[in-house]
Design a protein around this ligand. Structure first.
Ligand SMILES: Nc1ncnc2c1ncn2[C@@H]1O[C@H](COP(=O)(O)OP(=O)(O)OP(=O)(O)O)[C@@H](O)[C@H]1O
Ligand SMILES: [Mg+2]
Length: 208
């Protein structure tokens, strides 16, 4: 049976891919982005391959890559493609699987399926990647509520960004999910820096 984690988040562009690359490296795992919407500025799969360079990981190709950077249901429609759920079955791998969702939990993948419906179907625990900037408390707590509403196990919340103790402690208090730590903004952002920062800041012991 495939084990692993879904990496979801409060929003798009908040650091899921960077976190997922760190996690894949730390687990010696396999990374999979089932649906990539928008390919012009590079893909998440390529970013993770670069950010795990030299590590013992596997990178699994996307099931779907769409041209337009928008929600998968619309990106698929624009490309004239119907998403086939059989192609979104979890790949069988001999190592922990790190699955990165598109955007957040209520993103439509088809006209009648949200990301969270897929997560429930996959049955893997979810890690919620959250910004530390203004607005994160409500977004993070709503994300946790949407996951729990569907009985999706929450493995924890991981922050990305500058330290924001008030937001982080409110999310801890109201969200009651394991706090996995905070990945700082890295400059330069490369494979060695990411793996060092991930090891120093993220509580892998809570994911065991
Ligand atoms: N820890 C970090 N250090 C430095 N820059 C970061 C970090 N996390 C994210 N970024 C910056 O923010 C950008 C967006 O992050 P990322 O691609 O991980 O977002 P995402 O949540 O995966 O978005 P999407 O919903 O498109 O998959 C990155 O390209 C990078 O420039
Ligand atoms: Mg991403």
């Amino acid at each position: 049976m495939t084990r692993g984690f879904i990496v979801t988040g409060t929003d798009t562009g908040i650091g899921k891919t960077i976190f997922a690359a760190g996690l894949t490296g730390a687990l010696s795992g396999a990374y999979w982005k089932p649906v990539q919407s928008g390919v012009e500025d590079g893909t998440d799969t390529r970013s993770v391959a670069e950010l795990t360079a030299g590590r013992d990981v596997r990178i699994i190709p996307e099931a779907y890559c769409f041209e337009t950077p928008c929600s998968p249901h619309e990106a698929a429609r624009i490309d004239g493609v119907t998403i086939d759920f059989d192609r979104l079955a979890l790949p069988e791998v001999d190592r922990p699987l790190v699955v990165e969702g598109a955007g957040g939990v209520m993103v439509p993948y088809t006209d009648d399926t949200l990301a969270a419906d897929l997560f429930a179907h996959w049955g893997l625990p979810a890690i919620v990647v959250a910004r530390t900037t203004l607005g994160t408390i409500s977004h993070t707590l709503m994300t946790l509520e949407a996951l729990r509403e569907r009985d999706i196990p929450v493995a924890g919340v991981a922050f990305v960004g500058e330290e924001e103790p008030v937001a982080q402690s409110a999310i801890d208090r109201f969200g009651t999910a394991p706090q996995l730590g905070r990945l700082p903004l890295l400059d330069p952002l490369d494979a060695p820096a990411l793996q060092r920062a991930f090891a120093a800041n993220i509580r892998m012991d809570l994911l065991a």
